[in-house]
Design a binder for this molecule. Structure first.
Ligand SMILES: NC(=O)c1ccc[n+]([C@@H]2O[C@H](COP(=O)([O-])OP(=O)(O)OC[C@H]3O[C@@H](n4cnc5c(N)ncnc54)[C@H](OP(=O)(O)O)[C@@H]3O)[C@@H](O)[C@H]2O)c1
Length: 298
């Protein structure tokens, strides 16, 4: 299933995220096989960031792409910039911080292009809002990268509605998404106006950690325990695995959210794809929402 984020930019409804790629211990050939398997299931969009795996994941992905460069044209590549981590690779850094200067944005993208073995990024996201943010500076970097054809579209991640509007007021082009933490465990976007704003603007959100980073399956607090009980009940009613209940809960929402799958295991990715064909009732949706919230709606 495909979804248009903007004229000229179509994503697969399910995106594969590569934050954990370094933990999967795959050879280039095994990763290439995984990318092929995903393509066969209709997952063409991949989510990266410069910093994933201590700056290693983009390069691992590029290593697989170099084995079959023609694959690049079958993919939409998302990556991010703006966070500067403490890392052996940058011994001069003393403190983790955010940097949205023209120089840093442009250098970060140029490094991502080399790592990912590509000449263009389909969508560049600003990874997190910064308390030290100059939209005029950011827009200069966007202009340069767009004119050079190095980045085709821009968006943000973890921005509030007001931060989104502020940047959009300076940028002539579209900001095509806001990638947010959205799961039955993390309801923030439902409660803080983020989803309302994106729906008003007809902008499709991407959902990171749709399974709560795995913690929904092993709850450590009473909220998690309540949620797991409700998910198990709905899973029993729908006769499907828990992960499918969770994906369907996100997919059913009218904001047309794109979940970013975090597992590297083929069977779990297949489960996510099967959730596209599920039908949850509205009552089941609310049962899960209320279990997470901890009270019944008035
Ligand atoms: N924009 C941002 O700030 C931001 C932040 C975080 C992540 N992201 C993006 O979002 C993507 C997804 O995030 P995520 O990895 O946290 O997603 P997730 O799907 O919520 O969590 C993935 C984790 O859950 C585990 N898991 C999956 N199915 C399971 C099951 N049935 N039982 C137990 N554990 C299970 C996985 O283990 P296995 O690997 O063993 O299956 C993996 O450790 C990332 O790859 C990244 O691209 C973006």
């Amino acid at each position: 299933m495909r979804i248009q984020l903007h004229p000229g930019l179509e994503f697969s409804r399910l995106v594969h995220g590569y934050w954990r790629l370094a933990e999967w211990n795959l050879s280039d050939q095994q990763l290439l096989t995984l990318i092929h398997d995903n393509l066969e299931m209709g997952i063409t969009t991949v989510d990266h960031a410069d910093i994933y795996g201590d700056y290693s994941c983009e390069g691992l992905f590029g290593g697989a792409l170099k084995l079959e460069p023609a694959l690049r044209d079958k993919l939409e590549i998302v990556t991010k910039c703006g966070i500067k981590l403490i890392s052996d690779k940058f011994p001069e850094r003393k403190l983790k911080h955010y940097d949205y200067s023209v120089d840093h944005i442009v250098q970060s993208v140029e490094q991502s292009l080399r790592n990912l073995a590509t000449d263009r990024i389909d969508l560049l996201l600003l990874h997190r809002p910064s308390p030290f943010f100059d939209p005029q500076e950011v827009v200069k970097a966007f202009d340069q990268l767009k004119t050079q054809g190095k980045v085709l579209f821009f968006g943000v991640s973890n921005f509030t509605a007001r931060q989104f509007e502020m940047l959009q007021a300076y940028w002539d082009g579209p900001l095509v998404t806001n990638q947010l933490e959205i799961s039955p465990y993390c309801l923030d976007s439902f409660l803080n106006g983020s989803l309302d704003f994106l729906q008003k603007e007809d902008i499709k959100p991407m959902a990171w950690s749709p399974l709560g980073g795995g913690k929904i399956f092993n709850p450590t607090d009473t909220k998690g325990a309540r949620l797991l009980e409700a998910l198990n009940k709905v899973g029993h009613e729908l006769q499907c695995p828990l992960s499918q209940v969770i994906y369907q809960w996100i997919l059913k929402h009218p904001a047309r959210i794109l979940p970013v799958i975090g597992s590297g295991k083929s069977n779990r990715i297949k489960e996510a794809v099967a959730a596209l064909a599920l039908e949850m009732t509205l009552e089941q949706w609310f049962e899960i929402y209320e279990a997470s919230l901890g009270w019944q709606l008035p």
